[in-house]
Design a protein around this ligand. Structure first.
Ligand code: PEP
Length: 258
């Protein structure tokens, strides 16, 4: 099995106040000493990517976008291409987040096209999948996630592909699956990825857990061998909580808790 480098990614969503760049500056300083063991990624709104890049230049902390269009240019008002995000400083992009799938009716096929476009632009795609509460209660969680992976990930996995298992019912709710459920879902996700892209690509792909990761549950979730890191929403907005989550990774136990 490949030793996969852990990743902790912060999804700021549509949140960036007047002090947002100051927060990024603070995070970059705090995360730099931790980044030799763990990839730390901040995904702020695209409007501040270029400003943020001037703060991460020469530092190991990376930046990502939250979505991109599947085409490279054209009449798509309000959209951004993967190339544009890369030019603004992104090295990765979150795709198929459940909020995009719900608010913008994004289908698996569209997510797959975006994933391919991101890969072609040299961005690492972070493809989000996850079941709704109704699907879990119907015993369909693993089948739902497997089907999303099959239809959202190109057969030829893009360089740097990352998957994020994010149960929809856990996002922003304070609820999380049990550790046993997380293990089962991550195993099922990797098996589905192996069927789709082959065993080697599946083995190399990091699978993050996302959904109400907080400083108090991060250590337990991040210590699971099936979990290669976390995609963090609300708790990534403040330096203190994001830092505490990164420090909770077992590779960083020597840094102690926040
Ligand atoms: C997310 O939006 O990807 C997410 C995991 O949010 P939260 O951590 O707030 O549940």
């Amino acid at each position: 099995m490949t030793a996969r480098r852990p990743m902790i990614a912060g999804n700021w969503k549509m949140n960036a106040g007047p002090d947002a760049l100051h927060v990024i500056e603070e995070m970059v300083e705090a995360l730099t000493p931790l980044s030799d063991q763990v990839d730390c990624l901040i995904c702020p709104p695209a409007t501040i990517l270029a400003g943020a890049r001037s703060l991460t230049k020469g530092k190991p902390v990376r930046l990502g976008g939250q979505d991109c269009h599947h085409k490279t240019s054209g009449p798509h008002t309000g959209c951004l291409s993967a190339d544009m995000l890369r030019a603004a400083g992104a090295e990765a992009v979150i795709l198929g987040h459940s909020e995009r799938r719900t608010d913008h009716a994004e289908s698996d096929a569209l997510v797959q096209a975006k994933t391919a476009a991101a890969g072609e632009a040299g961005l690492a795609p972070i493809v989000c999948v996850g079941e709704t509460l109704a699907q879990r209660q119907a015993g369909q969680a693993e089948a739902t996630v497997a089907a999303q992976i099959t239809a959202s990930v190109p057969e030829r996995a893009p360089e740097g592909l990352v998957l994020a298992y994010e149960p929809v019912w856990a996002i922003g709710t304070g609820l999380t699956p049990s550790l046993e459920e997380i293990i089962a879902m991550h195993r099922a996700a990797r098996q589905a990825l192996a069927r789709r892209c082959g065993a080697a690509a599946a083995d190399a792909t990091r699978i993050l857990y996302g959904g109400s990761v907080k400083p108090d549950n991060a250590a337990a979730i991040l210590s699971l061998p099936e979990v290669d890191g976390a995609l963090v929403g609300g708790a990534s907005l403040e330096t203190k909580s994001f830092l505490a989550i990164v420090r909770a990774h077992p590779m960083l136990s020597r840094f102690g808790s926040a």
